[in-house]
Write a protein that binds this ligand. Structure first.
Ligand SMILES: *[C@@H]1O[C@H](CO)[C@@H](O)[C@H](O)[C@H]1NC(C)=O
Ligand SMILES: *[C@@H]1O[C@H](CO)[C@@H](O)[C@H](O)[C@H]1NC(C)=O
Ligand SMILES: *[C@@H]1O[C@H](CO)[C@@H](O)[C@H](O)[C@H]1NC(C)=O
Ligand SMILES: *[C@@H]1O[C@H](CO)[C@@H](O)[C@H](O)[C@H]1NC(C)=O
Length: 591
């Protein structure tokens, strides 16, 4: 818990009485209504934290999560000098990302990083090569300003095409690039800024930094696209709040590291080859770069970062107007309509949480992952127009029955007396809703306010998921004249008596499709290896045919049926001495 938050915010209220978007003198506070209202966005932000895919799709993030990079973790820095920068400078999580900034070139000609940045308009500047002007300025800055290390690492500032510095006699000299590898010699404290927070755009990717953290001002001069002043401002804050740097994302995750003499060991520095000395021209650069960072679509891997979700602070926890003023992109969320006073309240609140000891009470991403992995593929299958109506019903019955306590029947061999009547559907929805949150609620007594707010968001999402799925179940049972009160695993459906069910299936499918739109899980934007009604399959005991072992692949529902004599496993049941071909154990293939 955060004991003094209320006091703190009340104190702030005195100076906030003039703010327009808050009722007379009352400062905004993180609250459960906002967590509910933004439930899907908060759910998705937690799901996408530290993941390249979702953070690229929902590129405007308003969340901050304190994180620890474990001792021993490697990071990479591409630079035009063979010295260890002082800082702030950029460190990449992926080698290719840093290599883009470690290219050697003739002084008069700079190869684009990675063989050319991805051709995006507007926001590609952050990955643009440095002009020789920028090179020069960068070196001057190093000499003059000490910590003003320029771009050169990933996400480094772009050239601004400024005047001056024309070509000179040095044009033919070699500017060598260096790939520097660093190792964390202790746990590094980082402030993760979610979304595509290293995307230098005016679409909102920088709102949480430029408007919220930097208060729409800068305390430093110069630098293309404001990256250098931004880095300096962020490091000022990081220092104040006890972080070693900030973690952001563009095409690759990166760190703006504030002081290279603290927490990092240089473990290797390699000079890159001049382009003329290479056997072939590398025109695969952006492809290789994208492929490397694409490996992180679903997570950074290698235990390279640990997020303290119990200390997550998001502007989405607060009652602020996040509507975009861009009528072309109403889907985007922005902080541009939030008053600077309100943003300061959020920043002050963040400072308070960030400077407390790390909590790690609940790994909320783990909770969210189990939810997404239980429902996402099933919903895709249910939403698919090519899934037969019978299979649609099976999907709905299966996913809901897990939590449905079927009614007793007169013929039951029952050990207990009949209990009082209950609303079985309501009970089932309640079980479904609570199910995935139980690993978190067990520690409820230790929750911070942040944990409570995140809980509210996930619980709101689960309420929607569970009640919607059960409404489809009800719809189907209502449509089925012969539907029994209780669930039975399989009920034969009369050929000519199913038009009602088929109609209900159509409605149910639309309901599921609409639910998916509301939830907006980014996994549904990700190409899957198999169509929605198929499964990627390798022979797993006791399932699978011989072919499923040697050539695993997509299998349809019908394609999964197998007779015993086709089983990959059956032939070798029990190992040496076990029953061979045609062994008699009736249930040998049932788990
Ligand atoms: C929220 O911001 C948008 C965009 O600036 C604006 O059009 C809208 O009127 C604001 N809504 C409220 C309730 O202030
Ligand atoms: C940021 O500052 C500029 C001028 O410096 C101003 O035009 C703009 O409205 C400000 N934006 C916000 C969201 O406060
Ligand atoms: C049982 O609960 C469900 C879900 O809350 C509700 O829709 C339904 O009307 C309830 N049934 C009865 C008989 O109260
Ligand atoms: C398995 O048995 C079925 C009949 O039970 C037969 O049609 C099929 O050819 C057999 N397959 C193999 C691989 O022996």
């Amino acid at each position: 818990m955060i004991p003094s938050t209320a006091t703190l915010l009340l104190a702030l209220g005195v100076t906030l009485s003039g703010a327009s978007s808050i009722p007379a003198g009352k400062p905004i506070k993180p609250n459960h209504e906002s967590s509910k209202e933004n439930a899907n966005r908060i759910f998705n932000a937690i799901h996408s934290a530290g993941r390249q895919w979702g953070s690229s799709y929902y590129h405007n993030g308003f969340g901050f999560i304190p994180a620890v990079m474990p001792r021993g973790t490697l990071t990479f820095h591409g630079d035009g000098t063979n010295t260890v920068p002082t800082g702030p400078e950029w460190l990449a999580f992926e080698i290719e990302h840093a290599e883009g900034f470690a290219q050697s070139h003739k002084k008069g000609f700079r190869r684009p990083p990675g063989g050319g940045p991805p051709p995006k308009d507007g926001d590609s500047d952050g990955q643009k090569p440095l002009s020789e002007d920028e090179d020069t300025r960068q070196e001057l800055r190093r000499r003059d300003d000490g910590p003003g290390g320029g771009p050169g690492g990933p996400g480094g500032g772009p050239p601004d095409g400024g005047p001056g510095g024309g070509r000179d006699d040095d044009e033919n000299k070699n500017v060598r690039g260096y790939l520097q590898t660093y190792q964390a010699n202790r746990g590094l404290n980082l402030l993760y800024i979610d979304g595509t927070s290293a995307g230098k755009t005016s679409m909102g990717t920088l709102d949480s930094q430029d408007l919220l953290l930097r208060e729409n001002t800068t305390h430093h001069d110069g630098g293309g696209f404001s990256e250098i002043p931004r880095a300096l401002d962020l490091c000022d804050l990081a220092g104040e709040w006890g972080f070693d740097g900030v973690m952001r994302m563009e095409a690759g995750f990166e760190i703006i590291y504030c002081d290279f003499s603290d927490g990092l060991d240089l473990i290797s520095m390699t000079r890159t080859m001049m382009p003329d000395d290479k056997l072939v021209d590398n025109s695969m650069g952006s492809f290789q770069w994208a492929r490397a960072v694409g490996e992180r679509y679903n997570g950074l891997g290698g235990d390279r970062i640990r997020f303290d979700f119990s200390s997550m602070v998001s502007a989405l926890f607060f009652p602020v107007n996040i509507t975009s003023s861009d009528i072309e992109r109403p889907d985007l969320v922005r902080l541009e309509s939030v008053s600077q006073d309100d943003l300061k309240v959020i920043k002050t609140y963040l400072a308070k949480v960030a400077t407390q000891p790390r909590r790690f009470t609940v790994n909320w991403q783990g909770i969210v992952d189990l939810i997404v992995s239980r429902f996402a593929q099933r919903m895709s299958s249910m939403a698919s127009e090519t899934l037969s109506w019978q299979y649609f019903i099976t999907e709905v019955e299966t996913i809901t029955s897990t939590w449905f306590d079927a009614a007793p029947l007169p013929d039951d061999i029952s050990l207990k007396k009949k209990r009082k009547e209950v609303n079985r559907t309501a009970d089932a929805i309640d079980r479904c809703r609570k199910h995935f949150l139980r690993p978190a609620t067990i520690a409820q007594k230790e929750w911070s306010l942040e944990d409570e707010l995140i809980f509210t968001s996930i619980d709101t999402v689960m309420e929607n998921v569970c009640s919607t799925l059960f409404s489809v179940r009800e719809l189907l049972f209502d449509a089925s004249a012969s539907a029994p009160d209780s669930y039975s695993d399989y009920q034969p459906i009369e050929e000519d008596d199913n038009s009602g069910l088929q109609d209900a299936t159509k409605i149910g499918r639309t309901v599921v499709q609409r639910l998916m739109e509301e939830l907006g899980w980014t996994i549904w934007k990700q190409a899957q290896p198999c169509p929605a009604e198929e499964v990627l399959f390798i022979a797993m005991w006791p399932f699978g045919k011989v072919a499923d072992h040697w050539t695993p692949g997509c299998r349809s529902i019908d394609g999964m049926r197998q007779s015993r004599n086709e089983s990959y496993w059956w032939m070798n049941f029990g190992g040496p001495g076990g029953p061979r071909n045609g062994g008699k154990s009736k249930d040998g293939d049932r788990p």
